[in-house]
Ligand binder design. Structure first.
Ligand code: 5GP
Length: 114
């Protein structure tokens, strides 16, 4: 299987504005931001969609949420609030098939986000 665009970012083969990284997770600014803060939290190990994540990866999914929560606190948007989104497959609007969670915030969010 060829690398996803996010695997290329993880391997530093293409540039990204990385804001957080640990052994399991990387986070970088979305190239096409839909809010003043729009960061993608991505497990380094690839699962194409949320449907592909097995039961024994609950810790990884939990850590993805907690990484976003900690980042939101660190940049001062947590108190006002933010939105976390994970799109799955075509009806969910997923375009990159390497699971990722969108953190959106920095202003009141109106309407839907796909
Ligand atoms: P999805 O629609 O799959 O939930 O979200 C994919 C997101 O990845 C989109 O918001 C899109 O703007 C972002 N994206 C796609 N390619 C790149 C890229 O090369 N670099 C960065 N930083 N974001 C990307």
């Amino acid at each position: 299987m060829s690398d996803s665009i996010f695997e290329k970012i993880i391997k530093r083969q293409i540039p990204a504005d990385i804001v957080f990284e640990n052994d399991d997770i990387i986070a970088f600014r979305d190239i096409s931001p839909q809010a003043p803060v729009h960061v993608l939290f991505v497990p380094k190990r690839r699962f194409d969609t949320l449907n592909d994540v097995p039961d024994n990866e609950a810790l990884l999914l939990g850590n993805l949420l907690l990484a976003a929560q900690a980042y939101a606190k660190s940049i001062g948007i947590a108190e006002n609030g933010y939105r976390l989104v994970m799109n799955c497959n075509s009806h969910g609007g997923q375009t990159v098939f390497h699971i990722h969670m969108h953190l959106l915030g920095g202003a009141p969010l109106t309407g839907g986000f796909a």
